[in-house]
Design a protein. Sequence first.
Length: 170
Amino acid sequence: MSLSIETRRRGERESVIVLHGEFDYATAQEVRGAISAVLGPRDTDVIVVDLAGVTFLDSTGVGTLVVARRICADFNVAFRVSDPNPFISKLFTVVGVAEILGVPRRPASDPGSPTRVRAPRDPASPEPRAGLSLPETTTARRANTGTGQSDVRSARTGSPRSGRRRRPRN
């Protein structure tokens, strides 16, 4: 599938770029061209990229939006994305660009927001103690052996873990 791009004016100084389809490596240049065309006349104060119709977004698409935001800032033009689907919104959050792209955080009660499901706990396993994520016997720390190498040592005893095979020294 390809990408269709439609540019509209909203008000006197705002432009909306509406995308439908796959925004990826193959179509990123078209989006760059559309954003450049809006910036060219310098008659826009706000650019909004509407992602409601985007069915696929790869890292090139994400990078294109981040670079577009930076370039718009150089032109003193506000830039934000609107209406990403829940998956794309989560992708922006995970990658760490949601805030700079103007994507609002979805509240946990939002039906479009992904929900977290805890794995069922094995009733035979002991209750975890507060503040510990792993039992003491399975936590480990690195220790310098004095040879410039480090090995994994038990947090409880400070001795090398048993059962681990060491690589032979050359």
